[in-house]
Each structure stands twice: as structure tokens, then as C-alpha cells.
Design a protein around this ligand. Sequence first.
Ligand SMILES: Nc1ncnc2c1ncn2[C@@H]1O[C@H](COP(=O)(O)OP(=O)(O)OP(=O)(O)O)[C@@H](O)[C@H]1O
Length: 212
Amino acid sequence: MSPAPSRPIVVSGPSGAGKSTFLKRLFAEYPNKFGFSVSHTTRNPRAGEVNGVDYNFVTRDEFLAGVARKEFIEHAEFSGNLYGTTVNAVKSVGDQGKICILDIDMQGVKLVKATDLNAWYLSVQPPSIPELEKRLRSRGTETEDSLQKRIAAAHGELEYAKEEGAYHETIVNDDLETAYGKFKAFINKGTFIKDEIFFFATKNCHHGTMSI
Ligand SMILES: Nc1ncnc2c1ncn2[C@@H]1O[C@H](COP(=O)(O)OP(=O)(O)OP(=O)(O)O)[C@@H](O)[C@H]1O
């Protein structure tokens, strides 16, 4: 069996669903295998965020100039701020021999689908909206207004994910360890992480046929 090509992996879902939590762990476990395309945003940095690492923080004018030059694969307005991913950001991950992971909202997902990137699509979901609200509150990063906008947007995200073919897979982030295990199995399907192929194959080998 030949290895799967390095398709980008799109991880999407409501704010607070746990995408960053999963991805931080994945990157820590496989520091050289994956890369984020560093997104551009017009929102202000949160405490500890580093320009060019967490996001490329730009003004609205700079962002819109990039859009006009067609540098963005996708961009979307969310909670009053612009977010987006440039073609160059994805390419630079591939240039380093890494698999690009895109952490984007559903509007971004739709636009990536319109490209020829041939990505894998994963939806990460909270167990419920009240649990999502609880997690966002305890994360302590949002104003009340921003929190309410995220919860309102979460309803739309969850509706979209129900559409036939919207995502290759959906993971409900209830128990973190269980959900992270499912997350790794999904990533493994798309990338054949070294050392993990056997793990995946034994979990999914039914009647002698692997479901890769
Ligand atoms: N399974 C879990 N059980 C309880 N808390 C969790 C779980 N997974 C993540 N959290 C917590 O929920 C909060 C939201 O998670 P996280 O920041 O990873 O979400 P996100 O989807 O990346 O959000 P955003 O899109 O806003 O960046 C964090 O404080 C995180 O520690």
C-alpha cells in the first residue's frame, strides 16, 4: 500500500469546542510532522500571543489589501474581526515538508472546498451548547458580548455539520482523552503518522480488511 498524499487537514467547529486543545497536543507529540498555516486576523492579540506564530496580526486596511490581491484562500468576518488564510501560509508549511493543518470556521471550510486543495475535513463539537458556554466562560478569554456571539455562531456551525457530506468525520469532545484518541485516529487515516499505523490498523481492521 502506498502512503496517502499529504492532504491538508481542516479542523473546524464552534469556538470553545476544543480545536486548539487537540492541536496543541498533536503538535507537542509530533513536533516535526505538522504545521499550522499561520492565519491573518484583525483582532487584537490576547495575552501571550505572538505575531507571526499564533496569528499574523494586521490592520483591517492591510487585510483588505491582501484580499484585493487575491492572496487569501479564505477569509471570514467573525465577532467583528476578519480572519483568513493565505495561499502562501499553506504553501510555506508544505515547503517545510510538513502536513498543513487549517483551524478555520465553517465559512472558511466552504471556501477551502471551492479550491483544489483536496483537504480532509473534521468537525470538532462540544457535548452541548450549555457545556460549550461553561468552557468558554472558564477559559476566561471572552467579554460577555464576544461570548454571546460565539454561542450564537455555534448553532450555525452545528447545523452546517449536520449537512450530508459537510465533513468526513465529526468528533464530540466530551471526555478529553477519548475525544483526543478519536482525533488522532482521524489524523492518522489522512497522514499515516509513523509509529501509529499499527495502532490504527488494529483498531480498524475488521474481517481482515483495513478501512484506510
Ligand atoms: N474535553 C474537555 N473537557 C473540558 N474542558 C475542555 C475540553 N476540551 C477543551 N476544554 C477547555 O475548553 C476551552 C475551549 O477549548 P479550546 O480553546 O481548545 O477551544 P477552540 O475550539 O480552540 O476555541 P477557539 O475557536 O475560540 O480558539 C479551553 O479552556 C479548554 O481547556
